[in-house]
Design a protein around this ligand. Sequence first.
Ligand SMILES: NC(=O)c1ccc[n+]([C@@H]2O[C@H](COP(=O)([O-])OP(=O)(O)OC[C@H]3O[C@@H](n4cnc5c(N)ncnc54)[C@H](OP(=O)(O)O)[C@@H]3O)[C@@H](O)[C@H]2O)c1
Length: 260
Amino acid sequence: MPETALITGASGGIGAELARVHAATGGDLVLVARSEDKLKQIKVDLEREFDVFVRVIAVDLSEPEAAEQVFAATKAAGLSIAILINNAGVGGHGKFVERELHREQTMMQLNIGTLVSLTHLYLEPMVQQGFGRVLNIASSAGFIPGPLQAVYYASKAFVLSFSQSLSEELSGTGVTVTALCPGPVKTGFAKASGLEDVTVFQFGASAKSVAKYGYASMQKGKLVAVNNVILGFLLRWIIPLMPRKVLLMFSRLSLEKPQK
Ligand SMILES: NC(=O)c1ccc[n+]([C@@H]2O[C@H](COP(=O)([O-])OP(=O)(O)OC[C@H]3O[C@@H](n4cnc5c(N)ncnc54)[C@H](OP(=O)(O)O)[C@@H]3O)[C@@H](O)[C@H]2O)c1
């Protein structure tokens, strides 16, 4: 029987494409994000195109109690979530000292706090059932420090480290954890994060290709998945050997906005 998947940040971008990839397998879905209208439209589209049932939960996942609310809603509906995809995330641009502290805290709660809580809540029944898949959307940013996006890069380093540790702890349980680490992707992310002018975002991959690759990697139980082969080679074999100060300089240059 096809499995039910819960996807956060499913109202657009990579999350909406992941929902489509999962629906094509015949599996039901729980879609979570703030924009209820967008979620409902995706529900209508997927239910029309595929023989699946889609539930939507409109909630702000940067609220500390959001994960408990989502878990309570799926429990009340009697759902067994076999696939958890922690995709919702946001970035931000600018020097840490000049950015508003509450925006950094909101980002950390969304990118880290809620991801940890949802993972904890849904892992327990997965382990009891002896099967489950967790896909955490980290980023290539998780491999390096990111001056001008200090908290975002650190949040993705957390997701990358956390996912790998969990994967090892869970070996032999039938539950796998995969960290997807995309490079730039053409979605609403750059605009939502104040990064529209940053050059690397002009050359992003499509959300569809990243979602397909990420979903397949999750099904294979891959530990860390980088969607671009050259980027993966650089992140794993070249960048760790670079002197830190040189790496920081290149990283900062890649995140600077062109002078107007
Ligand atoms: N795009 C890139 O270049 C890139 C590269 C590497 C990694 N990533 C990661 O990929 C993931 C998906 O990003 P994307 O590129 O698909 O971005 P996106 O198009 O901006 O989509 C972000 C999704 O997260 C949801 N979201 C944002 N804030 C939320 C909140 N407070 N509560 C609930 N949902 C929230 C948004 O829905 P609502 O606005 O409706 O809430 C939307 O569905 C993120 O974790 C991001 O860090 C992106």
